[in-house]
Write a protein that binds this ligand. Sequence first.
Ligand SMILES: [Fe+2]
Length: 264
Amino acid sequence: MKNFFETNGYEISNLFSTTEIEEYVFQLKKILEMQCKKMRIEYSNEIFITVKKMQDVYPKAIDESFQILRNSSEGHRLASNINLKKISNNLLNKNENDVLVVSGPSFFINFPNENTRKYTWHSEQNWYPKRRNFLNVWCPIIIDRDNDNSMELKKGTHEKDWTYFSEYTGYNGIIDPNANVQYEIPENLISGYESVIPKVKIGEAIFFDGKSVHRSLDNNSDNPYFTIVFRVFDYSNDLTLSSNWADIPYNRQSIGFPDINVSK
Ligand SMILES: [Fe+2]
């Protein structure tokens, strides 16, 4: 298993029980109901209908709902799941009692025929430039089919540092101030790497290296896909003392230290 991860930069593992996911989704629905009430949107227990309405009225309300969920007991429970810690320890080459920092669950929604929430080719390394050893853990939580296959990954791209990228707000060749910020790695820089589109069931997760290049795929179904993501960081050889996983250089606020004592 570990060999596969080391060669390809990713692996699929069982992570959460169905009950854990159900309790999380139940809490999500309660939060969406609360937000809808505040916005005078008629709430439907059919989550696909509710989020579509929210996306049409005020997309930010969805983001805030997931932020609330992240800070709820149900969110913390997923972040403190023992499998998450054990698998991450193993893949990051750490021991049982070594320090790991878990951020998340963050969330992604991929709406059919809509691009504003999608990401083009990128490496998480460029979002967390001070972090040298970390994982992304990508878990579908609501899908209307057996597997989620809405993410594409380039095998072997974890072997390289992806320092350079093109930064813009938009998607699919279009500059759009309402879309996501892209730290895009142009396709021709990764054309030599083999693509994979993993099929992931509810309860499973793709664990992939912080350097692996990946992107969202079009959602060709009738309903949005809901995914949560954790980042699991090993800070031990980072050239900063900062607690903030998103610490960034060049802003004179990064918390380095003279001759900082880390390994290569
Ligand atoms: Fe990503």
